[in-house]
Design a protein around this ligand. Structure first.
Ligand code: NA7
Length: 894
């Protein structure tokens, strides 16, 4: 027996009753087994402590009927050893729990792991011992353990949640938990069975329990989305992909968003007809693949509530068409969360089970449970006599899986439970400041449950073991995350949580399923590949954010924040860097225009608005083109005169199309984008004079354009922000038109290049210092540059319309934008500033690419509505922020 073997070894290795090892791992599941294998190969003396009497972790405990994985098994496997991959063949697309358990036993035997696993052993306390710089562990079975490094491989869903229902102890029948299902056969035939809960575990178990029980009553609090698994052999196309290039397939999975190699969708829902969308949906429904349906339908399905609702509605239709009784169907239909924001389930016959005569659904939203009695369950409305109760009530997820194991006491006697009282604080989801040499595998703050766990586990285990090897080589004995790095990671996590819709659902991802638990999205929502690259960057930047110490070496601490950019900005900039583009200015002005036009053609199509009209208006020296965006709402509407970005050199009335469409929808105003003339063909002050002339004409012809009787507003981005600012000054000085407000987005406001942002952000953020020099040279001779018509900061600022000034942290133009806002305020102009933390020059105009720009645009739109005297917009569904929730707009702003 495994336990006996370890006992013999332990007694040899003990020292004064305490076993001395380099590394202790808790848990012999997927993570613990691989860790032990790698640690051993690296020459560490390592043991695993495991509460169960065998390997398997979550697959040891969750033996309930129907338990299977919900990621295709060919993906849910170890990949570290190609020989292991060819030595094992899965029998089904989604393996059952017994098969997965057999697989883990096979792995344990193949690498002879059991001899270093102490089974039937629960750690009761772990304390950091400052003197020897080691962890001291007490257990409920056998010697204490002293280790240099302590690794929690306890999974994410290992601490079952108590039932939280009065009277459980009084019940005289049988009670089972899906999470602790007995090894002996559970006989349900002829019995009246209740299942409480309708999460993944229940949804897998219910159809099988219904086949056995005399009667099954399901107590549902919240309906969940379930999709047919269509189980069977592994699909031929996926197998062919894997077998065609196994190494390539695995590598792609490691760099993908979810840990399974599927391409990223680029088509957005509004580009597809109803028929196209339904076709895509039916294909996904038939595929029986969670990751496929979560990612492959349209690009906005997981990031935008409207795009998501289109998909959720199609699933709801399926539920209605499967369940015969309309009242039961309605009760089973989820309405309180976006699809995917809560873990959807893969099922086999789940909805159809409710058509069986021996199955009843009780909707706890209509009749909550009052108590469990000796003979059954009483709700507000009735009593049920019951023989068996199955609790499928879930887990104290992620943090519970670590804290509930035992008390962990770190530096200075601080317990992890105290440090995490208000939510988990980690660096990379791997480490915690104040807890040296403690690592977590798939901990809160890492992709974990939002990824293919097998891929994430290998990445974590490799990263940790590689660090231990590097420390050993350098003579370091302790590693600890710094507070600054940890705080930075919390910020990055919060930024990432704006990328998806998980924040909008009450789930175990957010701690909402456990009464009193701190709320917040616990898994990392930035994706597996980006996360991997960040972990690698920590290393390549000299273990950024870690303090490393050792008895005979100087301390090393390269403190700092690993990600300061918004997560999607980081992806965009990395992608641009990989393209290794020559500097834009090297193309020449026409070449740059062509390049930008090509670049724009590849972006997601702008969102639909009521109407788009192209026209011409009279400029100072001839007609100028414009494009008008009209809202779908009944007019007349206020009019915004918009000036595009493009450094005075490129772009046209259509080049900021997605931004204009988005702002037209958000503000409910007409946007008229003006095609002012380009430099160097038309140098200063042409652009400005064109802008002013256009504003004047639009104001005078507002009614013809569908505008209301109020004054116009102006807006502009970058060089267009410069024109907007100058237009306001000219309108004041030249007798109109009246302007109700100005939106200046990363505007050029001054001709000097000596503010810090010009140096801090000189290169690497797309708009470079040298590109700005080039723009200036093409547009304006040095002698003219202090003219307020190009450097509005040098103009008179009193009496200007109220302003909303947006700047971006990683933008050479940041400081002149801030300076302009400050100067306006000093001149008595009402002004609001949005400083986009982690954003770059193009963040807010890259609509549907930089998702974290949404909240900034929502704030801009609100400001514009205030300027125009419109009421605050409450129907903000398109932002993913339900109207009754507090404003989340600060996530991207400082
Ligand atoms: P889940 O997904 O947390 O589901 C638990 C279910 O139990 C869920 O429907 C809960 O309703 C319900 N529940 C919890 N407590 C109660 C009480 N007190 N009364 C009534 N109903 C209750 O856990 P699972 O084990 O199904 O799945 C966990 C993960 O394992 C899964 O996502 C896969 O990744 C594998 P609620 O929604 O809270 O209203």
């Amino acid at each position: 027996m495994p336990g006996g073997m370890v006992e013999a070894r332990a007694s040899e290795a003990t020292n004064g009753g305490t076993e001395q090892v380099d590394v202790t791992v808790v848990g012999a599941g997927f993570a613990g087994l691989y860790l032990l294998h790698r640690l051993r190969k690296a020459g560490f003396n390592a043991i695993v402590l495991e509460e169960a009497d065998d390997v398997g972790g979550t697959w040891y405990w969750n033996r309930y009927p129907g338990a299977r994985c919900d990621i295709q098994t060919i993906d849910y496997s170890y990949t570290f050893d190609p020989e292991l991959e060819s030595a094992w063949r899965w029998s089904e697309k989604y393996a059952t729990q017994p098969e997965i358990l057999r697989y883990l036993g096979f792995v344990a035997d193949r690498y002879d792991l059991r001899r270093d696993i102490r089974f039937d052993t629960k750690v009761t306390a772990a304390t950091w011992d400052e003197g020897p710089q080691r962890w001291l562990l007490t257990t409920d079975n056998g010697a204490k353990v002293s280790c240099r490094h302590y690794i929690m491989a306890t999974g994410c869903l290992s601490a079952p949640k108590p039932p939280e229902i009065d009277g459980v102890k009084d019940f005289k029948g049988e009670i089972y938990f899906t999470s602790r299902w007995p090894q002996k056969e559970v006989k349900l035939a002829g019995k009246r069975v209740v299942v409480i809960g309708t999460g993944s575990s229940a949804i897998q178990a219910i159809p099988l329990i219904a086949e056995q029980a005399a009667h099954l009553t399901v107590f549902q609090r919240t309906p969940n989305f379930a999709l047919p698994a269509h189980n069977g052999p592994a699909p031929a196309d996926r197998l062919a992909l894997l077998e065609g290039d196994r190494a390539g397939y695995r590598e792609q999975a490691r760099w993908s968003l979810g840990g399974v190699p599927w391409p990223q969708q680029t088509v957005v829902s509004w580009q597809l007809s109803d028929t196209d969308r339904r076709e895509r949906f039916e294909k996904a429904w038939a595929a029986g693949d969670l990751i496929y349906i979560l990612t492959q339908l349209w690009a906005d399905q997981a990031v935008d509530v409207d795009g998501n609702a289109l998909l959720a509605d199609l699933i709801r239709e399926k539920i209605r068409s499967t369940v015969n009784d309309p009242e039961t169907a309605a009760a089973l239909t989820p309405h309180d969360h976006p699809f995917g924001a809560k873990r959807p389930c893969l099922d086999t016959n789940y909805y159809a089970t409710y058509n069986r005569p021996n199955v009843t659904l009780v909707n706890l939203r209509q009749e909550p449970i009052k108590a469990i009695t000796s003979s059954g369950i009483t709700t507000d409305k009735r009593s049920f006599d019951v023989d068996v109760i199955v609790f499928a009530t879930g887990f104290d997820a992620m943090t519970g899986a670590i804290m509930a194991v035992h008390e962990i006491t770190g530096r200075g006697g601080r317990s992890l439970s105290d440090v995490w009282a208000h939510g988990p604080q980690t660096y990379l989801g791997l480490t915690v400041a104040g807890f040296p040499n403690l690592f977590m595998i798939t901990g809160p703050g890492s992709p974990s449950v939002l990824s293919n766990m097998a891929v994430s586990i290998e990445q974590h285990a490799d990263w940790v073991v590689d660090r231990l090897i590097a420390m050993r080589e350098a003579g370091f004995t302790a590693i600890e995350a710094t507070e600054a790095a940890q705080a930075g990671w919390a910020r990055h996590m919060a930024d990432c949580s704006m990328l998806t819709l998980h924040r909008l659902a009450n789930t175990w991802y957010t701690g909402a399923n456990v009464p009193g638990k701190a709320r917040g999205v616990m898994p990392y929502t930035g994706g597996v590949g980006p996360y991997r690259s960040i972990c690698n960057e920590v290393v390549s930047q000299g273990m950024l954010g870690f303090r490393l110490t050792g008895p005979n070496v100087p301390e090393q601490c390269n403190d700092g924040e690993i990600v300061r950019l918004q997560p999607d900005v980081r992806l965009v900039l990395n992608m641009l860097a990989e393209m290794k583009l020559p500097p834009l200015e090297s193309f020449g002005s026409q070449g740059a225009r062509d390049f930008v036009a090509q670049f724009n053609a590849a972006r997601p199509a702008g969102r639909p608005v009521g109407e788009v009209v192209d026209g011409m208006l009279p400029g100072t020296d001839g007609p100028l083109p414009y494009r008008l965006y009209r809202p779908a709402t009944p007019g007349p509407h206020p009019i915004v005169v918009y000036f595009r970005g493009g450094g005075w050199v490129f772009g046209d009335a259509q080049s900021d199309d997605p931004f204009c469409r988005d702002m037209c929808r958000r503000t409910g105003m007409i946007f008229v984008s003006v095609g002012y003339r380009h430099a160097p063909e038309h140098r200063f002050p042409t652009a400005t004079e064109d802008g002013y002339a256009a504003a004047r004409w639009i104001a005078e012809h507002g009614a013809e354009l569908g505008g209301d009787s109020g004054p116009i507003l102006v807006a502009g981005w970058s060089a267009g922000g410069n024109i907007a600012a100058v237009t306001c000054q000219l309108a004041r000085d030249r007798g109109g038109p009246p302007i109700a407000g100005q939106l200046l987005l990363s505007p050029v406001t001054d001709c000097t290049f000596d503010r810090p942002s010009y140096n801090d952000n000189a290169t690497g953020y797309f708009l470079t210092r040298s590109l700005m020099y080039w723009f200036w040279d093409l547009y304006c001779s040095p002698a003219d540059r202090t003219d307020p018509r190009v450097s509005p900061l040098r103009g008179k600022l009193t009496g200007l319309p109220p302003a909303y000034v947006v700047t971006c942290e990683f933008d050479p133009l940041r400081d002149e934008g801030i300076a302009y806002a400050d100067a306006l305020a000093a001149a008595g102009v009402p002004v609001e500033q949005l400083q986009g933390r982690g954003h770059f020059h193009s963040s807010f105009t890259m609509v549907d690419v930089v998702i974290t720009g949404v909240s900034g645009r929502a704030q801009m739109a609100e400001a514009m509505r205030r300027f125009a005297g419109l009421p605050e917009e409450t129907g903000r569904r398109h932002e993913g922020v339900p109207p009754d929730r507090p404003r989340e707009v600060d996530a991207a702003a400082s």
